[in-house]
Design a protein around this ligand. Structure first.
Ligand code: NAP
Length: 267
């Protein structure tokens, strides 16, 4: 039988480093190889921000890796294992049958004015925004010029990211069983020239959202990161062919995650 490779990915908080050390010792007892090289499972230890960083770190190996999140501090959306549960986590890894839940990822392709192309993956969302002055963008759905946006920005989120920034913009929460992208507006201006739908839209896999800046340029954020500021001609957003694989060692549903994060146990 092949030995399982597990990578521990803590943030730099002392508690996360302690948990990583404890997990390393416990995993050694079940003959798991703790390594950063070609991991089968990556365990992020921290908050959701740490989980998002772990996904970016291993974005070139997503077809072979499953992810788990241990939360140091309060319960996170992706990081659903508490520090007090790490013995159970190690037992589940020892008995692992490859249980997996897939979460759709988004691909964003940025075509810069100088001809360069940047391709990024996002687990949560990509946000185009501008804090000073408004932003004007043409929004295409496939080849259809759908609307002319003017305002603070746009958020294009995945189903898993629908509970992040998208939720603060009154977007809907989407079950990650749906391969879909949601676009929500950030403070749109509506007048005779610029007119937008005003409500979030949800597009299916295979459909592309294309953004062409008309006036000014925005910052381009993806998950916890930002691309270097540079003039771009268009950005194309679509569902990535490769989903994120979550190791479903706790058998926890998306809606249980949502309840844990936002509603709590009291009802
Ligand atoms: P951050 O600004 O340090 O944290 C933002 C908060 O969002 C944290 O409480 C984080 O949980 C939580 N979060 C992240 N992804 C989530 C998800 N899918 N569902 C529910 N909550 C989620 O930034 P960060 O930790 O690097 O995370 C970046 C993400 O934060 C972005 O992708 C965006 O979705 C979200 N964000 C939201 C707003 C907003 O709602 N106004 C503003 C900025 C960023 P933890 O405490 O467990 O890390």
């Amino acid at each position: 039988m092949e030995v399982m490779n597990v990578c521990l990915f803590p943030n730099d908080k002392p508690q996360s480093l302690e948990v990583a050390q404890a997990l390393k010792e416990k995993l050694a007892k079940i003959a798991v190889n703790v390594t950063d090289q070609h991991p089968d499972i990556v365990i992020s230890i921290g908050g959701d921000g740490t989980f998002l960083s772990a996904v970016q770190q291993f974005s070139n190996q997503l077809s072979t890796i499953r992810f788990v999140g241990v939360h140091t501090g309060h319960l996170g959306f992706y990081s659903d294992w508490l520090v007090s549960e790490i013995d159970t986590l190690v037992e589940r890894i020892a008995d692992d049958q490859g249980q997996t839940v897939n979460y759709p990822l988004m691909e964003g392709r940025v075509h810069y004015a100088d001809g360069q192309v940047a391709q990024v993956l996002a687990l949560n969302e990509m946000i185009l925004n501008r804090i000073t002055n408004s932003l004007s963008l043409d929004v295409y759905i496939d080849d259809l010029l759908f609307e002319k946006f003017r305002g603070d920005g746009l958020c294009i989120s995945t189903p898993a990211g629908s509970s992040g920034y998208n939720k603060s913009l009154s977007g809907a929460l989407i079950d990650p069983d749906f391969s879909a992208l949601q676009m929500t507006e950030i403070a749109s201006i509506n007048n005779r020239v610029y007119r937008t739908l005003g409500s979030p839209i949800i597009i299916s896999a295979g459909t592309k959202i294309r953004i062409v800046p008309e006036l000014g340029n925005s910052t381009i954020n993806y998950d916890s990161y930002q691309l270097p500021h540079s003039e771009y001609e268009e950005i194309i957003f679509e569902i990535c062919k490769q989903p994120l694989k979550m190791a479903n060692l706790k058998q926890i549903s998306f809606w249980q995650r949502v309840k844990n994060s936002f509603i709590g146990e009291d009802c």
